[in-house]
Each structure stands twice: as structure tokens, then as C-alpha cells.
Design a protein around this ligand. Structure first.
Ligand code: ADP
Length: 161
């Protein structure tokens, strides 16, 4: 079975992430989304909230599973039996870091390859950070996230008032 792992912070999940999920779910028998427990960043949503959010927005894909991990990506890939990792590329600025990471991961775990999907042009500007920034400043984020995710962001911002 062809198992792919798509790792990221997904804080929150955007239409850019969903486009990558939809496209890679067609390529793999099973797509495992891995939410990174990143202790160095202060997130808007807890990992558990992000897992719930991802489950809801991917519920129509029968071969997509949501997981979380900390530590090395290659260890999670081994645990999931994933033979390739999916990463999205938005701009040339993503490329240098992604290339370095994928080469490092191949040294750490030669059986795993990284597949890069270029962004759909209409999402090339989109990142979770920009969504949070626009939302915090009171802007309309409905072009960036699903209505369900928008509600969760609105609720978070209300809580924080
Ligand atoms: P962000 O940079 O939005 O905080 P994540 O760490 O959650 O992103 O990103 C997970 C993966 O999704 C990365 O490979 C990233 O390049 C990719 N990605 C994020 N936003 C987009 C987008 N708009 N189009 C394509 N890929 C994206």
C-alpha cells in the first residue's frame, strides 16, 4: 500500500492546505496528515483542536487520516509506514528550506522520499500566519478558510477579548 504523510502546523488549516490534501489523497492509497506538536511556537489552536478541525474538513475523503507527532518527522513516517512525505511549495522562498529538509530526511531515512506539490496559483500567497494576522485585525478571512474554520477562529478571538 502506498502511504503518504503530509506534515505541518495547520494552525489553522487553510484552503491552500486543503488543496494539497485533495491532490495528494488522489495519489496515495492512504494519506496521513501529521500535526506537528511544535513547542517553540505559540499556537492559536491546541494540537487537539487542530486535529478535530482537520477531521471535520477532510471528512469527505475516505483515505485521509489525521495524526499528531513530535520529534523527528522520519520517526513518525516509520511509525505510519509512510514511504513518502508531501510538502507544498508556494514560492521560491519555501524552496531552500524544503530542499534542505528533504535532503536531511533522506540521510536519516533513505527509504522515504519527499514529493513537492506546487501550490494552486490562487493560494500561492496563503499561509496560516497571514490568516491569523488578517483575522486579528478584523479582516474578512472567508477567502482563506472554510466557513467551519472561520467560525472556530471567530470564537477564539471572542474568547481572547
Ligand atoms: P503555514 O506555512 O501555512 O504555517 P504549515 O506548517 O501548516 O504552514 O504547512 C504545512 C505544509 O503545507 C507545508 O509544506 C507548506 O508549504 C504547505 N502549505 C501551506 N500553505 C500552502 C498553500 N497556500 N499552498 C500550498 N502549500 C501550502
Amino acid at each position: 500500500m502506498n502511504i503518504a504523510l503530509y506534515p505541518g502546523s495547520f494552525d489553522p488549516v487553510t484552503y491552500g492546505h486543503l488543496d494539497i490534501i485533495e491532490r495528494s489523497a488522489k495519489m496515495a492509497d492512504q494519506l496521513i496528515v501529521g500535526v506537528l506538536r511544535n513547542k517553540s511556537k505559540v499556537p492559536m489552536f491546541t494540537v487537539e483542536e487542530r486535529i478535530e478541525m482537520l477531521k471535520e474538513v477532510t471528512k469527505t475523503y475516505s483515505n485521509v487520516i489525521i495524526t499528531s507527532f513530535d520529534g523527528l518527522l522520519v520517526e513518525h513516517a516509520k511509525k505510519c509506514k509512510a514511504s513518502f512525505v508531501i510538502r507544498g511549495l508556494r514560492a521560491i522562498t519555501d524552496f531552500e528550506y524544503e530542499l534542505q529538509m528533504s535532503q536531511t530526511n533522506r540521510i536519516l531515512y533513505p527509504d522515504m522520499d519527499t514529493i513537492f506539490l506546487n501550490t494552486d496559483l490562487k493560494y500561492s500567497y496563503l499561509s496560516s500566519s497571514i490568516v491569523k494576522e488578517v483575522a486579528l485585525l478584523g479582516g474578512n478571512i472567508s477567502e482563506f478558510v472554510t466557513p467551519y474554520v472561520k467560525e472556530l477562529i471567530d470564537a477564539k478571538l471572542k474568547d481572547g477579548e
